[in-house]
Design a protein around this ligand. Structure first.
Ligand SMILES: NC(=O)CC[C@H](N)C(=O)O
Length: 191
């Protein structure tokens, strides 16, 4: 199984390492042609506005929409979840607009810029260590999306078919369960 990590900006190396540990072959993706050989893709955390600008610059907007619409699984973490969302609170435009979720950026307030909590994530585990860094939260999910985790009543993990979004950074722990969950999704959609 070959999984790419979009390598324009953000936490790329950490995702590559976790995907390898979870049992996949993981490659950084810097050119659209590299999408062809992939079974799935991770959109890392970072700064969504910066990543989006680079996605436009290097032709990834249309290429990634095609990738998603062809049924290839995509996992967006933190800024990556913002890139996937169809709606962003306070903004008219979205980025990829592939996943039927509405997100609010930097949703946990200044005093909580970064924090770690242990929480249950459905299908992943009861005690998942979630690292939040200037994290968004998911305000609403569409009727085909399911909520996998909430923190303080806010949705922080959701799945819609072959799209997975997490508000936190699963690549910044030693716990590979979230990446394994994504690899199981990829297996499910590969055939
Ligand atoms: N750690 C992150 O990915 C932060 C996301 C960032 N606040 C954004 O809006 O893009």
């Amino acid at each position: 199984m070959k999984i790419g990590v979009l390598a324009l900006q953000g936490a790329v190396a950490e995702h590559l390492r976790m995907l390898e540990e979870a049992g996949a072959t993981a490659v950084p993706v810097k050119k659209v042609e590299e999408l062809d050989e992939l079974d799935g893709l991770v959109l890392p955390g970072g700064e969504s506005t910066t990543i989006s600008k680079l996605m436009h610059k290097y032709g990834f907007m249309d290429a990634l929409r095609e990738f998603g619409k062809a049924g290839k699984p995509i996992f967006g973490t933190c800024a990556g979840a913002i890139l996937l969302a169809k709606q962003i609170e306070g903004q008219d435009d979205c980025h990829l607009g592939l996943m039927d979720i509405k997100v609010e950026r930097n949703a946990f307030g200044r005093q909580k810029e970064s924090f770690e909590v242990t929480m249950p994530v459905a299908g992943v585990g009861a005690d998942y260590p979630a690292v939040f860094i200037r994290a968004p939260y998911i305000m609403e999910v569409g009727e085909n999306a399911e909520v996998l985790a909430k923190y303080e009543e806010k949705i922080v993990v959701a799945r819609e078919g072959h799209y997975l979004a997490a508000a936190f950074h699963p690549e910044l722990t030693e716990d590979t369960r979230m990446h394994k969950y994504f690899l199981d999704m990829v297996k499910e959609y590969r055939n």
